[in-house]
Design a protein around this ligand. Structure first.
Ligand code: AMP
Ligand code: MN
Ligand code: MN
Ligand code: MN
Length: 279
């Protein structure tokens, strides 16, 4: 009897807001029993080369991925790209623009915090992110480290979340554009964690129609912390829009005991798994 495949197609390394190096992440996935992993850092493919070296040496399948930030009707959505050619020049040019967007946003967030008598944020997040993308997670860590809040969640609730005092509205690429970058780079576009946007069913259907029209092919149906009803709902969206399903932990850190690489509910049998679309 062959051992079953274990898929985890959504996680983060130090190249964005994860805490593990790409090598440590791939090793941890392997030791958790994952057989096919996609590394999907926010708006960057910078961790993939190192991840591949490790994956080849330990014998785990690594899929090239990334998680793009995108706007639709001034709401931010995350689009995971799987199976992309990470050397495709137009994609790399687009990602360079995303880095500029993130750097400029970080300076604006730091200004807002400074005006609230919380100085020093930019230096902290730049230092913490190193060569990687600066994210709001880094700002949340800063606020925790300076004892302005007790937890990351509280940092988002009080300062960083939409409409809060240090929130900066950002011009991410349009959703359809993000999808087309992924497909042009040979990848499959996946709408990430569909239930996290807190949309009504009517709005969810509008965004799914736009996503599908743009060339999107899949939607995440199993993500950490989704319960059986959530999985059923996401699966029903996949069926209704004839989209494949994807699954991933969205792992960022070993410190979060609720989220572990490869630790996911079974994939629903009613829909096509996204890995069948990956060449
Ligand atoms: P960014 O892409 O820089 O806006 O940062 C978004 C990241 O912040 C997400 O990928 C999550 O990892 C993290 N995040 C967003 N909302 C929350 C929240 N309420 N609590 C903790 N982390 C969050
Ligand atoms: Mn993140
Ligand atoms: Mn996300
Ligand atoms: Mn993610």
């Amino acid at each position: 009897m062959s051992t079953p495949e274990v898929y985890d197609l959504h996680c983060h390394s130090k190249a964005s807001d994860g805490v593990l190096s790409a090598t440590d992440l791939v090793q941890r996935a392997h030791s958790q029993g994952v057989t096919t992993l996609a590394l999907t850092d926010h708006d960057t493919v910078a961790g993939l080369a190192e991840a591949h070296i490790c994956a080849d040496s330990i014998g785990i399948t690594l899929i090239n991925g990334m998680e793009l930030s995108a706007n639709w009707k001034s709401h931010c959505f995350h689009i995971v790209g799987l199976g992309i050619d990470s050397t495709y020049a137009p994609l790399l040019a687009s990602l360079e623009n995303m880095q500029t967007t993130r750097d400029q946003r970080a300076a604006k967030i730091a200004d807002k915090l400074a005006k609230k008598r919380i100085p020093g944020a930019l230096e902290y997040v730049q230092n913490k992110a190193g060569d990687g993308m600066i994210t709001r997670t880094h700002f949340a860590d800063f606020l925790v480290s300076q004892h302005h809040v007790d937890t990351q969640q509280e940092a988002f609730d009080r300062y960083l979340g939409k409409g809060k005092s240090a929130f900066v509205a950002t011009e991410w690429p349009e959703l359809a554009q993000a999808v087309s970058w992924i497909t042009a780079a040979g990848g499959v576009a996946v709408l990430a964690h569909p239930l996290r946007y807190k949309l009504t069913a009517a709005w969810m259907k509008r965004v799914l129609a736009t996503f599908k029209e743009a060339g999107g092919q899949a939607i995440e149906v199993v993500v950490s912390r989704m319960n059986a009803d959530d999985i059923k709902l996401a699966t029903s969206y996949a069926m209704q829009f004839e989209l494949a399903g994807s699954m991933g932990s969205d792992f960022h850190t070993p410190a979060n005991q609720w989220v572990e690489l490869g630790r996911l509910a079974p994939f629903p049998d009613k829909i096509k798994p996204v890995w069948e679309l990956l060449g």
